[in-house]
Ligand binder design. Structure first.
Ligand SMILES: *Cc1c(COP(=O)(O)O)cnc(C)c1O
Length: 312
């Protein structure tokens, strides 16, 4: 299996007449190219966790995810590379290791899957339950769902060093908020960070405060960071895993015009938001960076279901 390589994550300029007229420099940071199974930001979030597990000589690594989780697959692949046994707890006890391509791949990569009912799955952050888990699976390293911990944030923060010094705005999709927390921490006070939650009724700032606080970042610094964050709350397209025909069409058009592959769960929504916000805010004379967080492994299922081909 190929190794993840952050050098493949190039910064590519995107050209569009409308943006040229606005004197905008728009770039995409192609973290999606880091690895085919270890989807962009998932490697960033895992890398320090994997190193810690290796240093501690943990035999097992436990994590959590939904049926089509990019994080679950990324963890299975990363553990394979590090020679650590991976254990994945999956949301939904109606599922099996053969339910879809993502879960099949996880199994092929050696991940031991356990299926939890939706109510059991909520225990994933319960201290007592996790303690018992460590009894059942001794010498295990635990990565929270989506890689949402301080080491995850730190890995995402590193990505900013690969970007030019002067950036006016960054656009990024948001799930657990780990990636956006790292981006906020890593950027200078001149950079505005537009976060695009893909979950419905999501309170970005509340979620980020929880994660920052768990990571030992004090309230004062948090207040400072949130001053230059803009939450784009109207681009969830119905919620997590939901999409509209207009979004699917948009993804196809972006590919035809810009040769950029997006997915309908995360990056398609964020890119849609970026295009619309540029117009609505009438942004001009700026340098803007779109963070491509990956997620392309999951599109085959959508293509089958919708009987479409995104990229041709
Ligand atoms: C997981 C994921 C996200 C969300 O990142 P968070 O750090 O959880 O906010 C965004 N884009 C893609 C493609 C993802 O797979």
């Amino acid at each position: 299996m190929q190794l993840p390589d952050i050098n493949r994550s190039v910064l590519r300029p995107l050209h569009k007449e409308e943006w040229e007229e606005r004197k905008l420099e728009v770039f995409v940071k192609q973290d999606d190219r880091i690895h085919s199974d270890i989807s962009g930001n998932k490697w960033r979030k895992l890398v320090y966790n994997m190193e810690k597990a290796q240093l501690q000589k943990n035999e097992n690594l436990i994590t959590f995810g939904g049926a089509f989780s990019n994080h679950l697959l990324a963890t299975a692949a990363a553990c394979r590379l590090y020679g650590i046994h991976s254990i994945g707890f999956v949301r939904g006890d109606e599922l099996s290791a053969d339910s879809n391509e993502t879960l099949r791949k996880c199994t092929q990569l050696g991940m031991e899957l356990h299926f939890l009912s939706r109510s059991e799955y909520l225990l994933k952050t319960d201290e007592l339950w996790l303690k018992e888990l460590h009894v059942d699976f001794p010498n295990s390293y635990l990565v929270p769902e989506g890689g949402a911990n301080y080491l995850g944030i730190a890995g995402c923060q590193d990505m900013i060093r690969e970007l030019p010094e002067h950036i006016d705005r960054i656009f990024v999709a948001q799930g657990t908020t780990t990636t956006s927390c790292g981006i906020l921490l890593g950027t200078s006070e001149k950079t505005k960070v537009h976060v695009v939650p893909v979950l419905k009724g999501f309170h970005a700032e509340d979620e980020m405060r929880k994660l920052f606080t768990l990571s030992g970042i004090d309230d004062e610094l948090q207040d400072d960071l949130f001053q230059r964050m803009i939450v784009e709350n109207s681009y969830d397209f119905g919620g997590y895993g939901k999409y509209t025909p207009a979004l699917l069409q948009f993804i196809q058009t972006v590919y035809q015009k810009l040769h950029l592959k997006l997915d309908p769960i995360y990056t398609g929504k964020a890119f849609f938001a970026m295009e619309e916000v540029i117009r609505k805010m009438n942004i001009q004379n700026e340098r803007i960076i779109f963070i491509h967080t990956g997620g392309l492994q999951g599109i085959a299922g959508v293509e089958r279901k919708e009987k479409i081909r995104f990229f041709e």
